[in-house]
Design a binder for this molecule. Structure first.
Ligand code: BGC
Length: 459
């Protein structure tokens, strides 16, 4: 029988979550690193504007495709096998980019990296969610968002360090290291007990549960998983997504995915130096330093959110964070209308941008990825999470593509007010539809959707 002490098992569970979260590090790093590398790539391959746009955006397009299709892959192959595939894609993509003899090969490498990011975004949150105990699932899944923010910050630092030597190959190639870490981690970590139970591997599922819970409450948890599977009406098909018991969760996932992007976070993450320079910081290095400061705020406030998420719950943080985004975007729009210019305009802009990113990091940032790993029934969890993640990538692509033209056509003030208005809509959406999932097991959440559907059918 089980001999592991509870403390060992907690450590094992945390280790599995941390290894999987490395997928987030690659997500953040690979989306963040290109802004600094692009300058030198452009020079080396004499890129046209079209090719330049391709180098940047094929990652987002690849991620969208992989997220939309990859969720079903994790339902079929398993979470762990999909993460092993993800690691292989990251390593291959990074090597191709680093060694690329031409722009075409580089673009092919970026597509492969994009596929890896998409698979990571559908699989990592689900993997962590399914191995975590209900009481700490919030902060454990949010390790994924923390890793994204650390990846973005790491990318700024690496770009800065290699810019002197124009070392764009190193910038892109260094992603091999976390890629390897993810692969090695997943080789030694287990498949999730929930996926195993669903695929009729009860003995293995029990063994993994024993190991990650140290024997505590294992029989109850296993019985709850089996009972939920028996009660499930889904068959693991795409059409299940539209069944009455899943539809509300589908709407929430897609809505949150859209709002996480159309409220403008990546205009700041990808274009912060441009925004800051346009507000009056004279030197590029000053703008980069301010950008690194914003990246640091993103990391710190994600940690704060993780500390609060299992204590105060998802809804209060989501509403407070989105409210903060409304206020800060309003203030930013106002700032660009004032007569301020030069140093003082730039200083205010940086402070408000930091407050905006802090609001995102407390709420919509981590909580989107957390909720989409919690709210779907086990039988279609991967596929449904993939639809939400894929939607997120499509809107990310759209906003990144249109931001500069938007600023050019209506100016920064109206642009930020537009994102502010969309944040107001996001707030009402969260207020009206998002459920509280704090402290409930995945099985309890699944049962509550079914109960609601039955009640509305009976009415
Ligand atoms: C979003 C990314 C964004 C990042 C910033 C993530 O939750 O999905 O698009 O770049 O947060 O921290």
């Amino acid at each position: 029988m089980n001999e592991s002490k509870p403390t060992d098992s907690v450590a094992y569970d945390y280790a599995a979550a941390i290894f999987a979260a490395v997928g987030g590090l690659l997500f953040g790093y690979d989306t963040g690193v290109i802004s600094g590398a692009l300058l030198f790539i452009k020079k080396q391959f004499a890129l046209s504007v079209f090719h330049e746009e391709l180098v940047v955006s094929v990652v987002l397009a690849g991620a969208a495709v992989a997220a939309l299709t990859g969720g079903r892959l994790s339902d079929r192959l398993g979470r762990r096998a999909t993460l092993l595939l993800t690691s292989a894609l990251f390593i291959t993509g990074a090597l191709i980019c680093a060694l690329a003899p031409s722009a075409t090969v580089l673009i092919a490498g970026r597509v492969i990296v994009g596929l890896g990011i998409g698979l990571a975004s559908t699989t990592v949150p689900v993997y962590i969610s399914e191995i975590s105990p209900a009481r700490s699932r919030g902060w454990l899944v949010s390790l994924f968002q923390l890793a994204i923010t650390l990846g973005i910050l790491g990318a700024y630092v690496v770009d800065y360090s290699f810019s002197g030597s124009q070392g764009w190959r190193w910038m892109l190639g260094l992603a091999v290291v976390p890629g390897l870490l993810l692969g090695i981690g997943m080789l030694v970590m287990p498949e999730t007990p929930r996926w195993l139970a669903q695929h009729h591997r009860s003995d293995q599922a029990l063994r993994v549960l024993e190991k990650i819970r140290g024997g505590r409450g294992v029989a109850e948890e296993f019985a709850q998983i089996e009972a939920t599977l028996a009660a499930a009406e889904e068959h693991g098909r795409l059409s299940d997504l539209f069944s009455p018991a899943v539809r509300p969760a589908l709407v929430i996932g897609i809505g949150l995915a859209m709002f996480q992007q159309i409220t403008g976070i990546n205009t700041v993450i990808y274009y912060a130096p441009t925004i800051i320079r346009s507000s009056g910081i004279p030197t590029a290095s000053g703008a980069i330093l301010a950008t690194a400061g914003i990246g640091l705020v993103n990391v710190i406030m994600t940690v704060v959110s993780m500390w609060l998420i299992d204590r105060v719950g998802r809804r209060p943080l989501l509403l407070a964070g989105t409210g903060g985004m409304v206020v800060t975007l309003g203030a930013l729009g106002l700032l660009f209308r004032t007569q301020l210019h030069g140093g003082s305009l730039a200083m205010f802009a940086v402070v408000i941008l930091m407050a905006y990113v802090a609001s995102f990091a407390i709420g919509l940032g981590p909580i989107f990825w957390l909720l989409i790993s919690e709210i779907y029934p086990l039988k279609i969890r991967g596929g449904a999470e993939g639809v939400a993640a894929g939607t997120n990538w499509c809107f990310n692509f759209l906003v990144s593509l249109t931001f500069l033209s938007l600023i050019q056509s209506v100016g920064p003030s109206d642009s930020f007010w537009l994102y502010g208005l969309l944040s107001v809509a996001a707030w009402f959406f969260c207020y009206a539809l998002v459920p509280e999932t704090k402290g409930r097991t995945l099985e309890e959440i699944e049962a509550s959707w079914r109960a609601t559907t039955r009640a509305s059918v009976a009415r």
